[in-house]
Design a protein around this ligand. Structure first.
Ligand SMILES: O=C[C@H](O)COP(=O)(O)O
Length: 252
């Protein structure tokens, strides 16, 4: 049985006081860790404050991106070792906003993934199709290519306990959610693809859904057999909404 994971991606929202308060509210309201693993991914500058707010709680810390190099003259970048050192367990790699707007192609995403793994972080690898790709019936091809690129770089042994988040680009921040059946179809295809790389171990990989997951649709999405959790954007910015989704995962 896969342990459900709910991760909040705060994106570029909130100043320091908001980050401290939100992290503390999540920490104090989270369900029992046996039922669901919960993580928050604040902006880099708030990681240390969030770590302090989470101290002693079951909520894990994650970052939203990681440098593709280990260290050196890379102005503006943040290394995987720095993230681990500040208390991160997770890091998001290949989010569609980075793929679309910041030049993160499959090869660059794979380099970020490798750095995360080498520092002992758990990558949350984001994959997903645009609306045009879905309408061209290319969803399975696109997500397979995005997964294959990582395996080409790190091999089956390098995948470790990484998590995959399926995030249809057309559902992110739009209020338009994939139906539970649409999510399940892609998650099942992803698990098949993973089996080609990992064999039986593919059954243990957690597959998250992301894209306008909210308290009112979380339970239905999480009831699908291959939806093992969520990567939550907008609804992670209010503790009440985020915790409602965490409870839905805990009760699934
Ligand atoms: O990383 C989170 C996803 O981009 C989903 O964002 P959203 O819940 O605001 O649609």
């Amino acid at each position: 049985m896969r342990h459900p994971l709910i991760a909040g991606n705060w994106k570029m929202h909130g100043l320091r006081a908001h980050a401290q308060r939100l992290a503390a509210e999540v920490a104090s309201g989270v369900p029992a860790p046996q039922a669901v693993e919960v993580a928050i991914c604040p902006p880099f500058v708030h990681l240390a404050d969030a770590a302090a707010s989470l101290a002693g709680s079951a909520v894990a810390l994650g970052a939203q991106n990681v440098a593709p190099e280990a260290e050196g003259a890379h102005t503006g970048e943040v290394s995987a070792a720095m993230l681990a050192d500040v208390g991160c367990r997770f890091v998001i790699v290949g989010h569609s906003e980075r793929r679309q707007h910041y030049g993160d192609d499959d090869a660059l995403v794979a380099r970020r993934f490798r750095q995360a793994r080498e520092a002992g972080l758990v990558p949350i690898l984001c994959v997903g199709e645009t609306l045009a790709e879905r309408e061209a019936d290319a969803t399975a091809t696109v997500v397979a290519r995005q997964v294959d690129a990582v395996f080409a770089a790190v091999g089956a042994n390098g995948f470790g306990d990484a998590v995959i988040a399926y995030e249809p680009v057309w559902a992110i921040g739009t209020g338009r959610t994939a139906t539970p059946e649409q999510a399940q179809t892609v998650h099942a295809a992803l698990r098949d693809r993973l089996a080609g790389h990992l064999g039986e171990a593919a059954a243990g990989v957690r597959l998250l859904y992301g894209g306008s997951m909210k308290p009112d649709n979380a339970a239905a999405l999480l009831s699908m057999p291959d939806v093992d959790g969520g990567l939550i954007g907008g609804a992670s910015l209010k503790a009440e909404d985020f915790l409602a989704i965490c409870r839905a995962a805990a009760e699934r």
